[in-house]
Design a protein around this ligand. Structure first.
Ligand SMILES: [Zn+2]
Length: 460
């Protein structure tokens, strides 16, 4: 025993002479490390030292192994390492309505299928089971942070925290009776309790989510904002999603949705607006000036034929733009790689300009851009020392990824969520070599299938 102590001390002394390696919890080594920092630096190869929840250093594998001794090392030398993807708009439990009502316009889809289905089926149990399924899908496809708005948001928050994901989660405020509140006042009281419950949580940012302009009156909209300001919480809403919403606002308020909301003092710096499809140049200027984040959902907008958000204009104006999948009932999955690809293609098609939204821009929107839209770019969205360790490793060995000249091109144009190998959030490994550690995969899927039987029976 004494002998071993002497040896350890001797090694320590030797190390000290050359600058002793500092102990860290985790080192990740990749063929390429795509940092998404301000200069879009890519290290080939690269390594990241992580201690606890934080990124400590990024450098060459040699430099990192000389400076740090890690408790766990993930050798992804045949993979690409990048910041975890940020889904800025979804309704996680709606994975339970996946494929239930396709090929409809938004208002038909909402009013004839989704709202009635929700009224009959959405309960705390539904939300828990659905969120676990969504979390499994997100972990398996490389999403590390997501923004959500739904009902029983405290159940979503608990399931998100258990899965180890980061969430900006908004309790919905809506004018008519919904599964967790009969009135907007009840919804606001729920939202306040929810904020108090999760404020300061390392993974959960509680938010207030007035559903939309067309589902709330002015008093509910303003009460939502007031509540958010009281707790410095974000506001999440749907905005200018369809032409009908624009027409309705012009008729009712004699102003576009953006300008009406400006006139009542709704906009603030921590507001995330989903869609923003039907906006004009003056609207875009208001959104820029107010620092509003836009969640662009190209797949949902295409599937519901809502239109195409003017992403090139938003980006040129300096509006903070992130990407989202929207709920799985209108997509029909939560794969952010598809969202990147479709964002790029849709922008090219609508502007008839093949240089619009190049691969690098699409990747920016899914990472650092999403972090800016959420007001969280100080802590996530890029791989930089001092930020939280939210990152993924992606295999590039499939036939469709061969050969690889440019990892950024491949991430946007040929990679799928299934190619993600490892997902790390807040320094914790949620999935390694496609084995999810925080959720029991077969149980989550079996429970979702059992719940789907109840959904089917309720809708009969
Ligand atoms: Zn939505």
């Amino acid at each position: 025993m004494k002998h071993i102590v002497v040896v350890v001390l001797a090694l320590a002394a030797l190390g000290a002479g050359q600058g002793a390696p500092a102990r860290v919890s985790l080192v990740v080594i990749g063929a390429s490390v795509i940092t998404e920092n301000a200069s879009h630096q890519v290290l080939t190869p690269g390594a990241i030292a992580i201690n606890g929840a934080d990124i400590v250093a990024i450098g060459t594998p040699q430099a990192i192994s000389a400076a740090y001794a890690a408790s766990e090392t993930i050798d992804a030398r045949d993979q690409v390492v990048l910041p975890g993807l940020i889904n800025t708009h979804t309704h996680a439990p709606m994975v339970m309505f996946r494929g239930l009502a396709d090929d409809l316009a938004l208002m038909d889809w909402l009013q004839k299928y989704i709202f009635p289905a929700e009224a009959k089926t959405v309960s705390p149990e539904f939300v828990r089971t659905g969120t676990r399924l969504a979390a499994l899908e997100m972990i398996e496809s490389g999403t590390t942070t997501y923004a959500d708005m739904y009902y029983f948001e405290e159940e979503i928050a608990k399931a998100t925290r258990e899965a180890g994901l980061r969430g900006v989660l908004g309790e919905t405020i809506i004018q008519f009776p919904v599964p967790d509140a009969k009135t907007p006042a009840e919804g606001l009281a729920r939202a306040e309790r929810f904020i108090q419950m999760f404020k300061g949580d390392p993974l959960i940012v509680p938010a207030v989510a007035p559903h939309a302009l067309y589902t709330n009156d002015e008093a509910s909209l303003l009460a939502s904002v007031e509540l958010a300001r009281k707790y410095h919480a974000p506001v999440i809403m749907h905005l200018a999603e369809t032409e009908d919403e624009l027409k309705g606002s012009l008729e009712q308020h004699r102003a576009t949705p953006v300008q009406y909301l400006e006139s009542i003092g709704f906009w603030g710096p921590r507001t995330l607006a989903a869609h923003g499809v039907w906006v004009n140049d003056a609207d875009i200027e208001i959104l820029r000036r107010r620092g509003v984040g836009i969640a662009h959902n190209p797949e949902s907008n295409m599937k519901l034929a809502s239109g195409a958000a003017p992403i090139v204009k938003y980006l040129a104006a300096g509006v903070r733009v992130g990407l989202g999948t929207d709920g799985a009932a209108s997509n029909n999955d939560l794969d952010m790689f598809e969202a990147m690809r479709q964002a790029s293609f849709l922008a090219k098609l609508t502007t008839r300009d093949p240089t619009a939204v190049p691969a690098q821009t699409a990747l920016d929107m899914a990472t650092i851009g999403g972090a800016r839209a959420l007001g969280m770019d100080e802590s996530i969205g890029s791989l930089e020392a001092g930020k939280r360790a939210d990152l993924i490793t992606v295999s590039m060995s499939a036939a469709r990824q061969t050969p690889m000249y440019d990892p950024v091109s491949h991430l946007v144009y040929v990679t799928r969520g299934d190619d993600v190998r490892t997902t790390i959030v807040n320094g914790k490994v949620l999935m390694k070599d496609r084995q999810v550690r925080t959720l029991d995969r077969s149980r989550v899927i079996a429970e979702a299938n059992r719940l789907a039987e109840k959904v089917r029976a309720a809708l009969r």
